[in-house]
Design a protein around this ligand. Sequence first.
Ligand SMILES: [Zn+2]
Length: 310
Amino acid sequence: MALSFFANTFAGNALDRRSDLRVLPDRLAELRAAPACRVLAFWNGQPLVDGRGEGLRLPALPADLGWRAANPDEALFLGLDGEAPVWAIELTGEADPSAGPLEGRGRFMDLRLAGGQLSPEDAGVAATAKALFEWRRKHRFCSACGQPSEPADAGWKRICPSCKTEHFPRTDPVTIMLPTFRDQCLLGRQAVWPKGRFSTLAGFLEPGESIEAGCAREVKEEAGLEVVSVRYHSSQPWPFPTNLMIGLIAEVSGQDARPDQTELEEVRWFRKDQLLALLRGDAGWSDIEGMGVPPPFAIAHQLMKAWAES
Ligand SMILES: [Zn+2]
């Protein structure tokens, strides 16, 4: 029976990752040469996409084209789609490859823009590859001795040839929470956001901190409220660059909220009917010009929706 859970955008990677194959060089060579092999392309952190509007997809390059465009030894083995091996390559350089060697295959697009238009499966695969490429780009040197490290395990590890330290891809946990008090919830806004944008609160977990404690600290620091209970909703891989958003509903002890003026410039309480209208894109009732909340592909939207519909 399949694992059942609420899957946010970027959480839909359905490939069989087959981590056992990553350590078998002969099998990897076979998987690169397989007729059914598919190669997904990235350029400077952006996936190659094809299609228009709601119907974007990740076009698979035939293996021979993929291996001409990038060094196969630096390719990332993402897993199997049925019998088909799926790989990702990252192209670099100033010149857009979709106007060069990959002409006619699609266009490169920021994953923040493409994410909500890809299928859940493609968005998840793109998020996996992007997070790994981001990690690789920023971890070229051994953090123990400073020597250049080398790729291993089909892109899932790096090894220092000097001190033999193994380095693994990192995921940075972020708690993202909707504070609630009885039938109202609190949203905040950061000064750097688009005009009128309100959203949930969020912050990185710190070492030695549980998810619950991190959530309570963020709500206290940013809004001056005491969290009395924390309920998990869902999580979202967020490959900008390598985060995991942990979505929570946080009940607080009162409504005397004060924005910290560092992260948040304003906080406001909303009733469920007001929040539902905002989620539909209807801000006509509000006194704030251009008021809005994040789009459905953001876990913040899903947290608000789940609470408002409960
Ligand atoms: Zn080292």
